[in-house]
Design a protein around this ligand. Structure first.
Ligand SMILES: *Cc1c(COP(=O)(O)O)cnc(C)c1O
Length: 368
């Protein structure tokens, strides 16, 4: 930021250094994804990438009077698709998911209409960690000639991706740097060559005239390095984290009247999401925080809203039980000692909260 402050779009030499740094990062992203550098567009993050993919496709293809798109994505921070439909008259079909949060490719195929312009399914869910059958869904989309977008924000660094291999039927893919230990406020949208999409940000000619605005050079460089590190040894990373995660899961499931949300196997290696009956997830979170344990209830973006998580509602968790949910995610910095500590502290806190809950009747009392 001090020595290479030039604007990458300018012609003077310190600007050119910035431009080179941006292009090097683009190559790193492309390499990590099995894409070509020209197919990577830098954005301000996952939210912008999702908005661009959905709205950009909708507006580009509206001209063809094809106006239906659909969605099993429900971007975490805002009902994006609802806004698209409310403001512009697009129809949106929401697909149901099963009890684990999985989309059924056959059900998706049956819901396709003649005027469907986009299919969007998130790769892995941020709350319950469920990994969707993206390759199979992509195949269906390709057979019907419909562009397919996936929000892979949670997948990068957890699932090896190959846009010229098993993800070859993905046309657009969102990613966000801070979800793989890079800086915040920077992300990218992969757009397969030949995909029709309108601009979302208008103004200058940056990003090959597709995304206006001076490049966040430092953020882009940070993201380039981060994706290199995050994809260097995905299996090793997963193995270490999964081992800790499974021990934590087994320990927590010993607490009575507690259930795991999401799929038992098809889930991100570091994700756990539980519901504890008779208590409020928020109280649990606050007490854990006092003990130095950081957790969350729904998604980080919707904390502050009082309703139960829409993800837990979608998989059929009753609202009163969804209120008692807790998400624990493990990352590279966690250790086996952390797991021991949580297993020591959490059951006690659950017990304390249940003791003051007017609804809680221990099983032994109920039997009498
Ligand atoms: C965090 C997240 C986003 C939003 O990304 P930002 O870079 O924070 O805007 C989008 N989708 C998923 C699945 C996420 O986990």
């Amino acid at each position: 930021m001090k020595e290479h402050f030039g604007n990458p779009s300018s012609l003077y030499s310190i600007g050119r250094e910035g431009k080179e740094a941006v292009e090097t990062a683009r190559e790193k992203l492309a390499k990590a994804l099995g894409a070509r550098p020209e197919e990577i567009y830098f954005t301000s993050g996952g939210t912008e990438s999702d908005n661009w993919a959905v709205k950009g496709t909708a507006f580009a293809r509206r001209k063809k009077r094809k106006a239906h798109y659909y969605h099993a994505n429900r971007t975490p921070c805002s009902p994006l698709s609802l806004r698209v439909s409310r403001n512009t008259g697009f129809d949106v079909t929401y697909l149901p998911v099963d009890e684990y949060g999985l989309v059924d490719p056959a059900e998706l195929e049956a819901a396709i209409r003649e005027d469907t312009i986009l299919i969007s399914v998130m790769y892995a869910n941020n709350e319950i960690g469920t990994i969707e059958p993206v390759s199979e869904i992509g195949k269906v989309a390709r057979e019907h000639g419909i562009p397919f977008h996936t929000d892979a924000v949670q997948a990068i660094g957890n699932i090896p991706l190959d846009l010229s291999g098993k993800e070859r039927d993905v046309d657009m893919l969102s990613l966000s740097s801070h979800k793989f230990y890079g800086p915040k406020g920077i992300g990218a949208l992969y757009i397969r060559d030949g995909i029709e999409i309108d601009n979302y940000m208008h103004g200058g000619a940056q990003e090959r005239e597709k995304r206006a605005g001076t490049e966040n050079v430092a953020g882009i460089m940070g993201m380039g390095k981060a994706i290199e590190l995050a994809t260097a040894n995905i299996e090793g990373h997963n193995e270490k984290i999964r081992k800790m995660r499974d021990r934590l899961r087994a320990g927590i499931l010993e607490i009575p009247e507690c259930r795991l949300n999401g799929h038992p196997e098809k889930r991100l290696s570091g994700n756990l999401n539980f519901s504890f009956e008779y208590i409020e997830g928020e109280s649990l979170l606050l007490m854990l925080d006092q003990m130095g344990i950081c957790s969350s209830t729904g998604s980080a973006c919707s904390s502050g809203s009082l309703g139960p998580s829409h993800v837990l509602s979608a998989i059929g968790v009753p609202p009163e039980i969804a209120q008692g949910s807790l998400r624990l995610t493990l990352g590279d910095a966690n250790t086996e000692e952390d797991i021991n500590y949580v297993l020591e502290v959490l059951p006690e806190i659950v017990g304390k909260l249940r003791a003051i809950s007017p609804f809680y009747k221990p099983a032994s009392v109920c039997e009498k």
